[in-house]
Design a protein around this ligand. Structure first.
Ligand SMILES: C[S@@+](CC[C@H](N)C(=O)[O-])C[C@H]1O[C@@H](n2cnc3c(N)ncnc32)[C@H](O)[C@@H]1O
Length: 290
């Protein structure tokens, strides 16, 4: 089995089973993995190599774990992985697939750092009357190892809710954007914590630290016969965990959303999919975007 050269994989769409392709990649060349795998028994992609049509949840989870073990080899020790994954009902019973996959990935050595919720404000309505309508998926964030990993918190800060330029709260406005510039009036007057430790969390000029619930509408791209994840979701993952000029790998590239965001934001991509038709869609989409 010949190892692929960087020129054969960087900024390329590679057709084949994700596990087979990743096995041919050199060690430690990827900064982050951003992917949305085929969900268990959600959709038949019509490929003999596809993941998702296994006879049992355990068989599916095992295949995902095998792939992510191999992915650990190609990700740098400072690297990470983001996995976007939804659940599945079987005869009205929720299978709990996201957490089953997540725990299996932990078992093969990935370190779970965050479980985020992707809230979809425009999720499809459902006719169910016996339980709440599902309008979320999970976004699991793993680091390669227990040691330091690349995470640029400043790149993904979000607007303050409690304090802003427009805050009416007495004393609040004076804190905004000025470390130590605290007025002594108002309910927080003279509170040393607000001058120091909690300043970052409450008044950082770039916004508050990223939260774990991400409310992002579904993508409008309809050419593919599967759900395409939103560019802004991928952008957040890349901004946080892939340095500019770094490498992102998507082993289930589909219509190429990860590649599009990587290229637009100055990162290199490696995109794998086992369906030639989707590789073509992704290439056309990327060409149209640049
Ligand atoms: C949920 S879709 C990914 C959608 C993608 N995030 C996007 O925005 O377009 C999952 C993809 O995984 C691919 N796939 C399924 N099994 C695979 C395997 N064993 N190796 C590589 N790709 C696979 C499918 O063909 C499908 O395109």
């Amino acid at each position: 089995m010949k190892t692929l050269a960087e020129s054969q994989i960087f900024n390329q769409f590679l057709c084949g089973d994700a596990g087979d392709v990743v096995r041919r990649m050199p060690d430690r060349m990827v900064d982050t993995v951003v992917t949305s795998p085929p969900y268990y028994r959600q959709r038949d992609y019509g490929s003999k190599q596809q993941i998702g049509q296994e006879i049992s949840p355990d068989a599916y989870v095992e295949r995902m774990a095998d792939l992510f073990l191999e992915l650990k080899r190609v990700v740098k020790p400072t690297g990470s992985a983001w996995v976007v994954i939804g659940d599945k009902y079987d005869n009205g019973e929720l299978l709990g697939m996201p957490w089953r996959v997540c725990l299996a990935l932990k078992d093969v050595g990935w370190v779970l750092r965050s479980d985020c919720i992707w809230h979809k404000p425009n999720a499809m309505p459902s006719s169910t009357k016996s339980r709440p309508t599902v309008d979320h998926e999970y976004i699991f964030f793993f680091s390669h190892s227990k040691k330091d990993y690349f995470y640029d918190a400043d790149a993904v800060r979000e607007p303050h809710v409690t304090f802003s330029e427009h805050s009416k709260m007495k004393g609040g406005r004076g804190h905004f954007g000025k470390r130590g510039g605290t007025p002594e009036n108002g309910k927080n007057g003279g509170d040393q914590n607000l001058h120091d430790g909690r300043w970052d969390q409450a008044f950082h000029p770039k916004g508050r630290n990223k939260r774990t619930v991400w409310s992002i509408p579904l993508s409008k791209f309809r050419d593919a016969h599967f759900a395409v994840y939103p560019e802004s979701l991928v952008k957040t993952c890349l901004s946080a965990s892939c340095p500019t000029g770094g490498v992102v790998l998507d082993p289930f590239s589909g219509a190429g959303t990860t590649a599009i965001v990587a290229k637009a934001s100055g990162r290199k991509f490696i995109a794998i999919d086992c369906v030639p038709e989707y590789i073509d869609i992704a290439k056309k989409r990327l060409a149209a975007n640049v």
